[in-house]
Write a protein that binds this ligand. Sequence first.
Ligand SMILES: [Zn+2]
Length: 60
Amino acid sequence: MDCRDTVHLICWYLEGKLSPSVEREIERHLNQCRDCRLVLEAATKTLDQHFGTGRAAHTA
Ligand SMILES: [Zn+2]
């Protein structure tokens, strides 16, 4: 699992669509890689904005 793979899979990871073994690989990479942790944080915020409460999306 390198940075490209991790960034590519982060959306699915956040949605819980990956198999547990792949999730473990991503988590292991995130533990070692600050860049990908930043990407994960940004993606989490974006997902929260779109799907977090479900209310903001309706007004958009
Ligand atoms: Zn990385």
